[in-house]
Design a protein around this ligand. Structure first.
Ligand code: SAM
Length: 349
Protein backbone atom coordinates (compact mmCIF):
# COMPACT_ATOMS: atom_id res chain seq x y z
CA UNK A 1 0.00 0.00 0.00
CA UNK A 2 1.50 3.37 -0.88
CA UNK A 3 2.34 5.81 1.89
CA UNK A 4 -0.14 8.47 0.83
CA UNK A 5 -3.10 6.05 0.99
CA UNK A 6 -1.86 4.72 4.30
CA UNK A 7 -1.82 8.26 5.71
CA UNK A 8 -5.29 9.03 4.37
CA UNK A 9 -6.68 5.93 6.05
CA UNK A 10 -4.96 6.83 9.30
CA UNK A 11 -6.49 10.33 9.19
CA UNK A 12 -9.93 8.85 8.54
CA UNK A 13 -9.45 6.44 11.42
CA UNK A 14 -8.38 9.22 13.81
CA UNK A 15 -10.56 12.14 12.73
CA UNK A 16 -13.57 10.44 11.07
CA UNK A 17 -13.29 13.04 8.35
CA UNK A 18 -11.49 13.53 5.03
CA UNK A 19 -11.40 16.04 2.20
CA UNK A 20 -13.50 15.19 -0.84
CA UNK A 21 -10.31 14.62 -2.86
CA UNK A 22 -9.06 12.18 -0.24
CA UNK A 23 -12.26 10.13 -0.37
CA UNK A 24 -11.86 10.08 -4.13
CA UNK A 25 -8.26 8.88 -3.81
CA UNK A 26 -9.42 5.99 -1.63
CA UNK A 27 -11.89 5.06 -4.36
CA UNK A 28 -9.41 5.47 -7.21
CA UNK A 29 -6.90 3.15 -5.53
CA UNK A 30 -8.99 0.18 -4.45
CA UNK A 31 -7.02 -3.02 -3.98
CA UNK A 32 -7.63 -6.21 -2.02
CA UNK A 33 -4.89 -5.14 0.40
CA UNK A 34 -6.51 -1.76 1.14
CA UNK A 35 -9.95 -3.39 1.42
CA UNK A 36 -8.66 -5.80 4.00
CA UNK A 37 -6.91 -3.06 5.94
CA UNK A 38 -10.09 -0.93 6.00
CA UNK A 39 -12.24 -3.92 6.99
CA UNK A 40 -9.88 -4.75 9.88
CA UNK A 41 -10.06 -1.19 11.19
CA UNK A 42 -13.83 -1.10 10.69
CA UNK A 43 -14.36 -4.33 12.62
CA UNK A 44 -12.37 -2.99 15.56
CA UNK A 45 -14.65 0.08 15.71
CA UNK A 46 -17.80 -2.00 15.26
CA UNK A 47 -16.79 -4.36 18.07
CA UNK A 48 -15.71 -1.55 20.41
CA UNK A 49 -19.19 -0.05 20.24
CA UNK A 50 -21.54 -2.92 19.47
CA UNK A 51 -19.41 -5.87 20.57
CA UNK A 52 -20.23 -8.87 18.35
CA UNK A 53 -23.96 -8.08 18.50
CA UNK A 54 -25.98 -7.84 15.31
CA UNK A 55 -29.30 -6.02 15.43
CA UNK A 56 -32.21 -7.47 13.50
CA UNK A 57 -35.18 -5.58 12.05
CA UNK A 58 -38.35 -7.15 10.71
CA UNK A 59 -39.01 -5.62 7.30
CA UNK A 60 -42.67 -5.30 6.36
CA UNK A 61 -43.23 -4.20 2.78
CA UNK A 62 -46.61 -2.57 3.21
CA UNK A 63 -47.37 -1.59 -0.40
CA UNK A 64 -45.76 -1.65 -3.84
CA UNK A 65 -48.08 1.04 -5.17
CA UNK A 66 -46.01 4.13 -5.90
CA UNK A 67 -46.74 7.52 -7.41
CA UNK A 68 -43.08 7.98 -8.28
CA UNK A 69 -41.26 6.89 -11.39
CA UNK A 70 -37.63 6.45 -10.30
CA UNK A 71 -35.81 5.09 -13.34
CA UNK A 72 -34.06 2.29 -11.43
CA UNK A 73 -36.94 0.94 -9.39
CA UNK A 74 -39.09 -2.08 -10.25
CA UNK A 75 -42.15 -0.69 -8.46
CA UNK A 76 -42.06 2.62 -10.38
CA UNK A 77 -45.51 3.73 -11.46
CA UNK A 78 -44.94 3.14 -15.18
CA UNK A 79 -44.01 -0.49 -14.72
CA UNK A 80 -47.16 -2.13 -16.04
CA UNK A 81 -45.73 -5.62 -15.44
CA UNK A 82 -45.65 -5.06 -11.71
CA UNK A 83 -48.56 -6.73 -9.97
CA UNK A 84 -49.69 -4.29 -7.29
CA UNK A 85 -50.70 -4.97 -3.70
CA UNK A 86 -51.29 -3.14 -0.47
CA UNK A 87 -51.38 -4.76 2.98
CA UNK A 88 -54.28 -3.96 5.29
CA UNK A 89 -53.60 -2.65 8.79
CA UNK A 90 -54.69 -6.07 10.11
CA UNK A 91 -52.16 -7.84 7.90
CA UNK A 92 -49.42 -5.47 9.06
CA UNK A 93 -50.35 -6.09 12.70
CA UNK A 94 -50.26 -9.85 12.04
CA UNK A 95 -46.72 -9.47 10.68
CA UNK A 96 -45.73 -7.62 13.87
CA UNK A 97 -47.26 -10.30 16.06
CA UNK A 98 -45.43 -12.99 14.18
CA UNK A 99 -42.19 -11.00 14.24
CA UNK A 100 -42.44 -10.29 17.94
CA UNK A 101 -42.64 -14.01 18.61
CA UNK A 102 -39.52 -14.54 16.51
CA UNK A 103 -37.57 -12.02 18.60
CA UNK A 104 -37.87 -8.87 16.49
CA UNK A 105 -38.01 -5.62 18.47
CA UNK A 106 -37.92 -3.24 15.52
CA UNK A 107 -40.47 -3.23 12.74
CA UNK A 108 -39.61 -1.43 9.52
CA UNK A 109 -42.66 -0.37 7.54
CA UNK A 110 -41.46 0.22 4.01
CA UNK A 111 -43.35 0.91 0.83
CA UNK A 112 -43.90 2.90 -2.29
CA UNK A 113 -45.46 6.35 -2.02
CA UNK A 114 -49.02 5.08 -1.86
CA UNK A 115 -51.63 7.81 -1.21
CA UNK A 116 -53.82 5.30 0.67
CA UNK A 117 -51.40 5.61 3.60
CA UNK A 118 -52.56 8.99 4.81
CA UNK A 119 -51.39 10.41 8.12
CA UNK A 120 -54.63 9.23 9.73
CA UNK A 121 -54.21 5.64 8.55
CA UNK A 122 -50.54 5.54 9.52
CA UNK A 123 -50.93 7.28 12.89
CA UNK A 124 -53.66 4.84 13.90
CA UNK A 125 -51.51 1.91 12.83
CA UNK A 126 -48.37 3.21 14.58
CA UNK A 127 -50.32 3.78 17.81
CA UNK A 128 -51.74 0.27 17.67
CA UNK A 129 -48.33 -1.30 17.14
CA UNK A 130 -46.87 0.76 19.98
CA UNK A 131 -49.72 -0.12 22.33
CA UNK A 132 -49.27 -3.82 21.70
CA UNK A 133 -45.47 -3.84 21.60
CA UNK A 134 -44.29 -1.00 23.79
CA UNK A 135 -40.75 -2.42 23.88
CA UNK A 136 -40.41 -2.19 20.09
CA UNK A 137 -39.16 0.55 17.81
CA UNK A 138 -40.92 1.51 14.61
CA UNK A 139 -38.94 2.56 11.58
CA UNK A 140 -40.75 4.09 8.64
CA UNK A 141 -39.47 4.09 5.08
CA UNK A 142 -42.31 5.58 3.11
CA UNK A 143 -40.59 8.23 1.03
CA UNK A 144 -41.08 11.96 0.86
CA UNK A 145 -43.79 13.56 3.00
CA UNK A 146 -44.38 17.05 4.37
CA UNK A 147 -42.87 18.34 7.61
CA UNK A 148 -46.34 18.23 9.18
CA UNK A 149 -46.81 14.63 8.13
CA UNK A 150 -43.44 13.53 9.52
CA UNK A 151 -44.32 15.41 12.72
CA UNK A 152 -47.69 13.65 13.09
CA UNK A 153 -46.08 10.23 12.52
CA UNK A 154 -43.39 11.00 15.07
CA UNK A 155 -45.98 12.10 17.62
CA UNK A 156 -47.92 8.89 16.98
CA UNK A 157 -44.84 6.94 18.06
CA UNK A 158 -42.53 6.38 15.05
CA UNK A 159 -38.91 6.28 16.19
CA UNK A 160 -36.84 6.14 13.04
CA UNK A 161 -37.10 7.06 9.37
CA UNK A 162 -35.12 5.70 6.46
CA UNK A 163 -34.93 7.89 3.38
CA UNK A 164 -31.97 7.20 1.19
CA UNK A 165 -30.62 10.41 -0.30
CA UNK A 166 -29.83 8.20 -3.39
CA UNK A 167 -26.96 10.47 -4.47
CA UNK A 168 -25.46 13.67 -3.09
CA UNK A 169 -24.87 15.04 -6.61
CA UNK A 170 -27.79 17.02 -8.01
CA UNK A 171 -27.07 16.24 -11.69
CA UNK A 172 -26.72 12.55 -10.87
CA UNK A 173 -30.01 12.64 -8.98
CA UNK A 174 -31.62 14.14 -12.07
CA UNK A 175 -30.24 11.30 -14.19
CA UNK A 176 -31.85 8.70 -11.93
CA UNK A 177 -35.22 10.36 -11.47
CA UNK A 178 -37.93 11.92 -13.64
CA UNK A 179 -38.25 15.70 -13.89
CA UNK A 180 -40.98 16.01 -11.30
CA UNK A 181 -38.72 14.65 -8.56
CA UNK A 182 -36.29 17.02 -6.96
CA UNK A 183 -32.94 16.63 -5.26
CA UNK A 184 -33.63 19.67 -3.10
CA UNK A 185 -36.91 18.20 -1.82
CA UNK A 186 -35.17 14.94 -0.91
CA UNK A 187 -32.52 16.82 1.05
CA UNK A 188 -35.15 19.03 2.69
CA UNK A 189 -37.02 15.90 3.85
CA UNK A 190 -33.87 14.54 5.46
CA UNK A 191 -33.26 17.81 7.29
CA UNK A 192 -36.87 17.90 8.48
CA UNK A 193 -36.67 14.34 9.79
CA UNK A 194 -33.56 15.20 11.75
CA UNK A 195 -35.06 18.40 13.13
CA UNK A 196 -38.08 16.41 14.34
CA UNK A 197 -35.89 14.12 16.41
CA UNK A 198 -36.15 10.89 14.41
CA UNK A 199 -33.21 8.53 14.26
CA UNK A 200 -32.58 9.18 10.57
CA UNK A 201 -31.15 6.97 7.86
CA UNK A 202 -29.89 8.09 4.47
CA UNK A 203 -28.02 6.03 1.89
CA UNK A 204 -27.38 5.26 -1.75
CA UNK A 205 -27.04 2.50 -4.31
CA UNK A 206 -23.55 1.38 -5.21
CA UNK A 207 -22.90 1.19 -8.95
CA UNK A 208 -26.03 3.04 -10.05
CA UNK A 209 -26.03 4.28 -13.66
CA UNK A 210 -23.82 7.38 -14.29
CA UNK A 211 -22.16 6.98 -10.88
CA UNK A 212 -18.39 7.54 -10.87
CA UNK A 213 -15.93 7.69 -7.99
CA UNK A 214 -16.54 11.43 -7.75
CA UNK A 215 -20.25 10.89 -7.05
CA UNK A 216 -19.43 8.28 -4.43
CA UNK A 217 -16.84 10.59 -2.82
CA UNK A 218 -19.55 13.27 -2.59
CA UNK A 219 -21.89 10.71 -0.98
CA UNK A 220 -19.25 9.94 1.64
CA UNK A 221 -18.63 13.63 2.32
CA UNK A 222 -22.38 14.23 2.59
CA UNK A 223 -22.75 11.37 5.09
CA UNK A 224 -19.80 12.67 7.11
CA UNK A 225 -21.44 16.10 7.33
CA UNK A 226 -25.06 14.99 7.76
CA UNK A 227 -24.20 12.51 10.52
CA UNK A 228 -27.14 10.15 10.07
CA UNK A 229 -27.94 7.50 12.68
CA UNK A 230 -28.35 4.83 10.02
CA UNK A 231 -27.05 4.44 6.50
CA UNK A 232 -28.40 1.98 3.95
CA UNK A 233 -26.12 1.17 1.06
CA UNK A 234 -26.47 -1.75 -1.29
CA UNK A 235 -25.54 -2.55 -4.87
CA UNK A 236 -27.77 -1.26 -7.65
CA UNK A 237 -29.35 -4.31 -9.31
CA UNK A 238 -31.17 -3.90 -12.64
CA UNK A 239 -34.86 -4.71 -12.90
CA UNK A 240 -35.72 -5.83 -16.41
CA UNK A 241 -38.87 -3.71 -16.87
CA UNK A 242 -37.22 -0.41 -15.99
CA UNK A 243 -35.24 1.98 -18.23
CA UNK A 244 -32.07 0.72 -16.51
CA UNK A 245 -32.96 -2.93 -17.05
CA UNK A 246 -29.88 -3.61 -19.15
CA UNK A 247 -27.35 -1.74 -16.98
CA UNK A 248 -24.84 -3.69 -14.95
CA UNK A 249 -25.15 -4.25 -11.22
CA UNK A 250 -22.94 -2.78 -8.50
CA UNK A 251 -20.37 -5.10 -6.98
CA UNK A 252 -19.95 -6.88 -3.68
CA UNK A 253 -16.34 -5.68 -3.43
CA UNK A 254 -17.11 -1.98 -3.79
CA UNK A 255 -20.11 -2.19 -1.45
CA UNK A 256 -18.01 -3.87 1.26
CA UNK A 257 -15.21 -1.33 0.75
CA UNK A 258 -17.72 1.47 1.28
CA UNK A 259 -19.26 -0.20 4.34
CA UNK A 260 -15.80 -0.19 5.95
CA UNK A 261 -15.25 3.47 5.10
CA UNK A 262 -18.68 4.36 6.52
CA UNK A 263 -17.88 2.56 9.78
CA UNK A 264 -14.73 4.69 10.05
CA UNK A 265 -16.59 7.90 9.20
CA UNK A 266 -19.10 7.29 11.99
CA UNK A 267 -18.13 4.43 14.30
CA UNK A 268 -21.56 4.14 15.98
CA UNK A 269 -23.54 4.17 12.72
CA UNK A 270 -26.35 1.62 12.40
CA UNK A 271 -25.20 0.04 9.19
CA UNK A 272 -27.24 -2.71 7.52
CA UNK A 273 -25.83 -5.49 5.45
CA UNK A 274 -28.63 -5.20 2.90
CA UNK A 275 -30.84 -7.65 1.04
CA UNK A 276 -29.36 -6.35 -2.23
CA UNK A 277 -25.92 -7.44 -1.01
CA UNK A 278 -27.33 -10.85 -0.09
CA UNK A 279 -28.92 -11.01 -3.54
CA UNK A 280 -25.78 -10.43 -5.61
CA UNK A 281 -23.75 -12.98 -3.67
CA UNK A 282 -24.68 -15.96 -1.51
CA UNK A 283 -22.17 -14.80 1.08
CA UNK A 284 -23.08 -11.12 0.68
CA UNK A 285 -24.77 -10.68 4.06
CA UNK A 286 -21.81 -12.18 5.94
CA UNK A 287 -19.27 -10.23 3.88
CA UNK A 288 -21.14 -7.03 4.72
CA UNK A 289 -20.94 -7.78 8.45
CA UNK A 290 -17.25 -8.60 8.18
CA UNK A 291 -16.73 -5.27 6.40
CA UNK A 292 -18.27 -3.38 9.34
CA UNK A 293 -22.09 -3.62 9.09
CA UNK A 294 -24.04 -4.37 12.29
CA UNK A 295 -27.70 -4.64 11.22
CA UNK A 296 -29.71 -7.13 9.16
CA UNK A 297 -33.30 -6.69 8.05
CA UNK A 298 -34.93 -10.02 7.21
CA UNK A 299 -38.27 -9.98 5.44
CA UNK A 300 -41.42 -10.30 7.58
CA UNK A 301 -43.92 -9.53 4.80
CA UNK A 302 -46.53 -12.13 3.84
CA UNK A 303 -45.11 -14.48 1.17
CA UNK A 304 -47.58 -13.25 -1.49
CA UNK A 305 -46.33 -9.68 -1.01
CA UNK A 306 -42.65 -10.61 -1.17
CA UNK A 307 -43.01 -11.92 -4.71
CA UNK A 308 -44.44 -8.57 -5.77
CA UNK A 309 -42.09 -6.16 -4.01
CA UNK A 310 -39.65 -6.56 -6.86
CA UNK A 311 -37.41 -3.53 -6.67
CA UNK A 312 -34.85 -5.46 -8.74
CA UNK A 313 -34.54 -8.86 -10.42
CA UNK A 314 -34.07 -12.05 -8.34
CA UNK A 315 -34.53 -10.22 -5.03
CA UNK A 316 -33.93 -12.70 -2.19
CA UNK A 317 -36.62 -13.22 0.37
CA UNK A 318 -36.15 -16.84 1.41
CA UNK A 319 -33.64 -18.55 3.69
CA UNK A 320 -31.67 -16.15 5.84
CA UNK A 321 -33.43 -13.22 4.13
CA UNK A 322 -36.70 -14.44 5.62
CA UNK A 323 -37.68 -13.52 9.17
CA UNK A 324 -39.16 -17.00 9.55
CA UNK A 325 -35.66 -18.40 9.12
CA UNK A 326 -34.11 -16.28 11.83
CA UNK A 327 -32.45 -19.40 13.24
CA UNK A 328 -30.63 -19.94 9.93
CA UNK A 329 -29.53 -16.32 10.00
CA UNK A 330 -28.41 -16.69 13.63
CA UNK A 331 -26.31 -19.73 12.69
CA UNK A 332 -24.73 -17.86 9.80
CA UNK A 333 -23.80 -15.00 12.12
CA UNK A 334 -22.34 -17.42 14.69
CA UNK A 335 -20.25 -19.01 11.95
CA UNK A 336 -18.48 -15.67 11.43
CA UNK A 337 -18.20 -14.83 15.15
CA UNK A 338 -21.30 -12.67 15.62
CA UNK A 339 -24.56 -13.04 17.47
CA UNK A 340 -28.03 -11.69 16.69
CA UNK A 341 -29.83 -10.14 19.65
CA UNK A 342 -33.42 -9.51 20.74
CA UNK A 343 -33.14 -5.76 21.22
CA UNK A 344 -34.64 -2.55 19.83
CA UNK A 345 -31.15 -1.86 18.55
CA UNK A 346 -30.98 1.89 19.01
CA UNK A 347 -27.86 3.78 18.10
CA UNK A 348 -25.34 3.79 20.95
CA UNK A 349 -24.40 7.40 21.73
N1 SAM B 1 -40.49 4.76 -1.31
C1 SAM B 1 -39.54 4.81 -0.26
C2 SAM B 1 -38.40 5.72 -0.60
O1 SAM B 1 -38.37 6.33 -1.65
O2 SAM B 1 -37.51 5.88 0.25
C3 SAM B 1 -39.03 3.46 0.19
C4 SAM B 1 -39.03 2.36 -0.80
S1 SAM B 1 -37.74 2.46 -1.99
C5 SAM B 1 -38.20 1.19 -3.10
C6 SAM B 1 -36.35 1.82 -1.07
C7 SAM B 1 -34.99 1.86 -1.72
O3 SAM B 1 -34.85 0.82 -2.66
C8 SAM B 1 -34.64 3.08 -2.51
O4 SAM B 1 -34.23 4.12 -1.65
C9 SAM B 1 -33.55 2.59 -3.46
O5 SAM B 1 -32.26 3.02 -3.07
C10 SAM B 1 -33.68 1.07 -3.40
N2 SAM B 1 -33.83 0.50 -4.75
C11 SAM B 1 -34.81 0.75 -5.63
N3 SAM B 1 -34.56 0.13 -6.82
C12 SAM B 1 -33.38 -0.52 -6.66
C13 SAM B 1 -32.57 -1.30 -7.52
N4 SAM B 1 -32.92 -1.52 -8.78
N5 SAM B 1 -31.44 -1.82 -7.03
C14 SAM B 1 -31.07 -1.61 -5.73
N6 SAM B 1 -31.78 -0.85 -4.88
C15 SAM B 1 -32.93 -0.30 -5.34
Amino acid sequence: MNKEIQEIIERLHQNHSLELTEYKMLLDNISPEISEHLANLARVQQKQIYSNKIYIRGLIEISNICKNDCLYCGIRRSNKSCSRYRLTSEEILDCCEHGYGLGFRTFVLQGGEDSYFTDDVLCKLIKEIKEKYSDCAITLSLGERSYESYKALKEAGADRYLLRHETATKEHYEGLHPKEMSFDTRMECLKNLKALGYQVGCGFMVGSPYQTNLEIARDLKFIEEFQPDMCGIGPFIPQKDTPFGKESAGTLELTCYLLSILRLIKPNLLLPSTTALGTISPKGREMGILAGANVVMPNLSPMSAREKYTLYDNKSYLGAESAQCVKELADKMVSIGYEIVTDRGDIKL
